[in-house]
Design a binder for this molecule. Structure first.
Ligand SMILES: NC(=O)c1ccc[n+]([C@@H]2O[C@H](COP(=O)([O-])OP(=O)(O)OC[C@H]3O[C@@H](n4cnc5c(N)ncnc54)[C@H](O)[C@@H]3O)[C@@H](O)[C@H]2O)c1
Length: 306
């Protein structure tokens, strides 16, 4: 299996620039492409910011990597052996993109999708070579979170899975191989936590502020060091059985979205992007929060790697 030499990232919104910066630093000649000239222009500064963060992290760097910005898809795909699709989460759009990709890349190039949860098997239905299509789910921000889910579809070859996994290792990240399941594992776990958190807030058991403090300094801090399976062994499986046997049946199993969230959406409060959601934000606070959170994630990652 040859190491990936040239790659392209298709779609440079929230995820593409950080992915590109990580690949370039790991020695891959990388092209970023977007249909929107504005998005491609914004990607230049976003990728530079991400590269600076990688520098601060002292992330392993390999010679030969580079990043270029291409407004033409064919130019972005020239000579590539690996493509990461990061266009919006819409199956029709992904089909359109994968059809075009297959027309323009070599028969053995790997086509990866950064989809958050669309089944890889569905994405690959439009491909002549579904064996080279694989899920490669980066976590946001992609230049900071060093774990990538690798998800084969029904027809994905073992070689494709191995190429994607090797690329994840090469950029210094942890590959996690999973079977196809709606939402993939990371989002299933996250959404299970969010459902219970929102249910507690909906029922007035705890305020949003205290809920955030509870989770950040309780399970959040702990789970960054000790995984859930390790935690079970640490606590004792008998203790889990005793608590789980009465607590599991009291946890939220609601299939509905929380009333707190629905009410806020009804008022046009969608979060930071509208100046407020569960909390209120001024534009200055948003800038400050973003910078402070990125700095903390860098510090925590350095500490955890030690
Ligand atoms: N944002 C996240 O937190 C996150 C995390 C993990 C995975 N993802 C997944 O990654 C993918 C991209 O998400 P995002 O948040 O970066 O989306 P985004 O909307 O921020 O960016 C998508 C970009 O794709 C471009 N685009 C649209 N059609 C295109 C085409 N035909 N060819 C090339 N570019 C095209 C758009 O102009 C836009 O700049 C989605 O599948 C999403 O589910 C997102």
């Amino acid at each position: 299996m040859a190491a990936v030499r040239r790659a392209a990232v298709i779609g440079t919104g929230t995820m593409g620039p950080g992915i590109g910066a990580v690949l370039a630093r790991a020695g891959v000649e990388t092209a970023l492409h977007d249909v929107s000239a504005e998005a491609l222009e914004r990607a230049r500064s976003a990728a530079e910011l991400a590269a600076n963060v990688l520098e601060r992290l002292d992330a392993a760097a390999e010679e030969g990597g580079s990043l270029r910005f291409e407004s033409e898809l064919a130019a972005a795909l020239e000579g590539v052996d690996f493509v990461i699709e990061a266009v919006p989460e819409n199956l029709d759009l992904k089909h359109e993109v994968f059809r075009r990709l297959e027309e323009l890349v070599a028969a053995d190039a790997v086509l990866a999708s950064n989809t958050s949860g669309i089944p890889i098997t569905s994405i690959a239905t439009v491909c002549e070579h579904p064996e080279r299509v694989v899920g490669m789910h980066w976590s946001n921000p992609p230049h900071l979170i060093p774990m990538i889910e690798v998800i084969p579809g029904e027809k994905t070859s073992q070689q494709t899975v191995e190429t994607a996994t090797a690329l994840v290792r090469r950029v210094g990240y942890h590959p996690v191989q999973e079977k196809e399941v709606p939402g993939f594992v990371e989002n299933r776990v996250l959404y299970a936590i969010l459902r219970e958190c929102l249910d507690l807030v909906d029922r007035g058991i705890i305020s949003p502020e205290d809920l955030d403090l509870n989770v950040r300094w309780g399970i959040g801090y702990k789970l960054a060091v000790i995984g859930p399976m390790e935690l079970l062994d640490m606590a004792g499986l008998d203790i889990y059985e005793a608590v789980g046997s009465y607590l599991n049946r009291d946890l939220s199993t609601s299939a509905e979205v929380s009333s707190t969230v629905r009410d806020l959406i009804g008022k046009g409060r969608l979060g930071m992007k509208t100046g407020g959601g569960i909390y209120d934000y001024t534009p200055e606070q948003i800038e400050e929060l973003r910078a402070r959170r990125a700095a903390k994630l860098v510090a925590v990652r350095r500490a955890l790697e030690g």
